[in-house]
Design a protein around this ligand. Structure first.
Ligand code: NAP
Length: 456
């Protein structure tokens, strides 16, 4: 852990953003001007008037030294802190320095000049300071965050940027929400078993904040990361290179950083295939009934087409989505792809000619109110059919329970999750790993964490 130091013009938003960032990162917040006021019992304005700027700058340097001597603090500096080269050296050595950049006109519309000692002449003083200090700010900062006045966006961007920049090593998963992700315990179990001493963090990165995260990541020591909802598609144009499979299905879930370049991969596609192989099945020669036409469905359809499934039928409540996947899957292989509306009648009529039924919708997921209105269509499946639910929470959805009762083979989303992670670790570590040996260790680790109670 190191510090996050915010610099920028008076009124750029350093204090407001710093307080909100500290809250999000669960770090203490230090406002250097406030510290000086507390220490002297005087307002900054009175210190300037009564004792002069040099005296204030000395107090400011003391405050900065104090902040930089701690580890893991968010600090907002006064606008002139960068005037002293010793301050700049100290800040840069103690952590990540982020310039909060806000157009002067926007600042002018939002601050009270009375409290700012160097802004006696209001707007013209601020423009003069901006002219004098702009280059200094740029040279002093590791990273720049634009504050265009949309506070929510600026806080989200700052959280993503600072969170990434603080990572000095190891790996991470990014997403929103990210609180309940199973990725850290999975990767910790793998690294532990392989005696690899690398941290793996979970970072909240809001939708729209990927550019800020990537700027922070490029500055950090991060070696790679996983991307989950809602970033799997949005991240593609922001990376330096995209692997073939990820390009094909337009989704990235794993990014590695080598020689400063970020390369995106998709291990979800092979993750599910390995999960099927483990249960003695796969796509080749099988008739697939795929429910849902979102991000996961694209990868599955592409992989199934590539692996020569004998037919893929995609059911979705929005036909245009299924048709878009059909067009993408057609580039991956030559198996016929059909699309239809996701409703009970269609499910019932198609079930009899299905070998693999895959639920790639959130129906039945923990926290989702909706479920399939009936599971009667399962009775029409052939006895050899396998029912797969990508959901792993709950471990046994209503769909899998009903299929189980009919004696059908069932697979939940956990194996896909574990295998995509193991495949991701091969990329992270740039070496093959023994997935069969690691698989039970990961499952045991998840059970110990009580995240897999009742799992199949
Ligand atoms: P997504 O991009 O949001 O797509 C979800 C699909 O389900 C969309 O076609 C959506 O249609 C449809 N859908 C949503 N609610 C529905 C409802 N009430 N009735 C009918 N269709 C509905 O999500 P995703 O990333 O593809 O994920 C799909 C599922 O797979 C999720 O449960 C996710 O947790 C799971 N998953 C598991 C793994 C794993 O490793 N096990 C990996 C990835 C995903 P609309 O667009 O019309 O809403």
């Amino acid at each position: 852990m190191r510090n996050v130091i915010l610099i920028g013009l008076s009124g750029a938003g350093k204090t407001t953003l710093g307080q909100l960032l500290a809250k999000k990162l669960h770090l203490p917040f230090l406002d250097l001007d406030h510290w000086v006021e507390e220490k002297t019992g005087l307002s900054i304005k009175r210190i300037f008037r009564g004792y002069g700027e040099d005296f204030f700058r000395q107090l400011e340097a003391d405050a900065l030294k104090r902040a930089c001597a701690t580890d893991g603090v968010v600090a907002a500096t006064g606008g002139g802190a960068v005037l002293n080269p010793a301050n700049v050296r100290l800040m840069r050595e103690s952590g990540v320095v982020i310039l909060i950049d806000r157009p002067v006109d926007a600042i002018l519309g939002s601050i009270a000049f009375d409290d700012r000692p160097l802004l006696r002449d209001g707007g013209s003083d601020l423009r003069r300071l901006d002219g004098q200090r702009r280059v200094l700010y740029r040279e002093s900062a590791h990273l720049t965050l634009m504050n265009d006045g949309d506070l929510d966006r600026a806080v989200n961007d700052l959280e993503a940027m600072a969170g990434a920049a603080l990572l000095q090593e190891g790996f991470a998963v990014i997403g929103s929400p990210i609180g309940h992700t199973l990725s850290p315990p999975i990767h910790h179990a793998v690294f532990g078993a392989l005696q690899i001493d690398e941290p793996y963090a979970a970072l909240h990165v809001a939708k729209g904040s990927l550019p800020a995260f990537l700027a922070g990541a490029r500055h950090s020591g991060i070696k790679g990361f996983n991307a989950t909802i809602p970033h799997k598609q949005d991240i593609l144009p922001l990376l330096d290179e995209i692997d073939g499979d990820a390009n094909l299905c337009g989704a990235v879930n794993t990014v590695i950083r080598r020689n400063g370049r970020l390369r995106g991969y998709n291990t979800d596609m092979d993750g599910l295939l390995l999960a099927l192989n483990k249960r003695g099945t796969g796509y080749r020669g099988n008739r697939l009934l795929l429910l849902g036409a979102g991000g996961a469905a694209v990868g599955i359809a592409c992989k199934a087409a590539k692996e020569d499934a004998s037919r893929i039928t995609i059911l979705s409540r929005r036909p245009e989505q299924a048709n878009a996947i059909k067009a993408i899957a057609a580039k991956a292989g030559s198996c016929p792809v059909l699309t239809a509306c996701l409703d009970q009648d269609t499910l019932t009529s198609l079930a009899a000619e299905t070998d693999l039924l895959i639920n790639a919708t959130p129906l039945g997921m923990h926290g989702v109110a909706e479920d399939f209105p009936s599971f009667d269509f399962l009775e029409r499946l052939p006895g050899h059919a396998t029912v797969i639910d990508l959901i792993y929470n709950p471990a046994c959805t209503g769909l899998l329970l009903a299929a189980d009762r009919l004696g059908l083979q069932t697979i939940n989303g956990l194996d896909m999750l574990i295998y995509q992670a193991l495949l991701g670790d091969e990329l992270f570590l740039n070496a093959p790993i023994d997935k069969d040996q690691l698989y039970p260790l990961v499952r045991d680790a998840l059970k110990k964490e009580k995240v897999l109670e009742g799992s199949r």
